[in-house]
Write a new protein. Structure first.
Length: 217
């Protein structure tokens, strides 16, 4: 057995080293993530594969959540990927509150540190929902709102604790985010995304969506 393993190693050393390096790279440097749900519509749609910058916030031990060097903290408006213990799965959401922020929501309007977030309706042509432009700290992005708000549309003022973050999905009335699973621990966050790698249309035989190739988020 030992001789067989040595022979396999010698014959396939280059391939095995390449595979090992690729696995380490995907674990600690960069990767892509499938998005199977619509909780981040319209920014991210079902079938998108988004890039993950795994060195956006930390240099980590490969295949773990152990941080060797802290490079930065998530900022408001960042789209983060995290392994949620509360939800028992990997999630993609937008950072709305960082430690120390006071946040509330009334009829889907956010209030951050006592200031009302501004909104501009973009599209009301769809029967059951519409899109609005939400601007936080001078940065704008699109969100989707039901024409009849869900029970998620309101919450009283909360203060984001140390080493925790408040996140929301851009599809506000259809997202299991901090309103459902609570604040996100800093050590669950594995990276940040700002671009779609490629996208497959689940409703059209999984054909590629050319318009979303390298689409910025």
């Amino acid at each position: 057995m030992k001789k067989m393993l040595l022979k396999l190693w010698k014959e396939n050393k280059s391939l095995l080293v390449f595979i090992s390096l690729m696995l380490v790279f995907r674990s600690a440097v960069a990767d892509w993530n499938d998005v199977p749900t619509g909780s981040m519509k319209p920014t991210i749609v079902e079938g998108d594969r988004i890039f993950i910058n795994k060195m956006a916030y930390d240099i980590r031990v490969p295949f773990t959540h152990i941080s060797l060097v802290k490079l930065a903290d998530p900022q408001v408006n960042d789209i983060i990927i995290f392994d949620s213990v509360a939800a028992d799965k990997r999630l993609v959401k937008r950072v709305i509150g960082v430690p120390g922020d006071n946040i509330s929501m009334t009829n889907n309007q956010l209030f951050i540190n006592g200031k009302a977030v501004t909104y501009e309706v973009k599209d009301k042509s769809i029967a059951y929902h519409h899109e609005s432009k939400e601007t936080i700290n001078g940065q704008s992005h699109s969100i989707r709102l039901n024409n009849v708000a869900s029970q998620l549309a309101n919450f009283n003022t909360v203060t984001v604790p140390t080493d925790r973050f408040l996140v929301l999905g851009d599809n506000r009335d259809n997202s299991a985010d901090s309103r459902v699973i609570g604040f996100i621990p800093r050590n669950e966050i594995i990276g940040r995304s700002s671009k779609v790698a490629f996208s497959l249309n689940y409703d059209n035989y999984f054909l590629p969506r050319g318009e979303r190739f390298l689409h910025s988020l």
